[in-house]
Design a protein. Sequence first.
Length: 155
Amino acid sequence: MAYVYDPDDGVSDPLPTAEEVRARVRNWKARLNALYDRIEDWLPADRGFAVNRSLGQPMAEPLMRMTGVDRDVAPILVVRFPDPDRRLGLTPDGLWVYGTNGRLHVSGPVAGRRTYLIDVGSDDRPDWRIYPYRDTRRAVPFDRNEFRTLLGEVP
């Protein structure tokens, strides 16, 4: 369940408990890892791509702070191309992003300056969409073909 909390509006949903927030953070990390697993499966097998999941993005979102939940770290995925100067990065941008069930920033040679992945599904059924910054009308399902486009290949 997504929460929108604005302490000044007087009509916000009640704050979730700290345990509910922790559960959401755990679910977010699990959804990210499942997405990264799928992306690794989509990589062309013998083309020299490599992945790195050792980096992490600090999480200290307002709802975490408001409920006393400690900072956490969300996994980052970096795909290294055969050309060592090229890489594709997926960095979690926020779990509590209005209208989504989480958002990632996509960076790389084909992604453009601002490309995002959003989950518009539920906690147990993610529905990943990719779109250029500030143009969610152009969001399309993130599938193998869209990923191959990010790699600079024609699907």
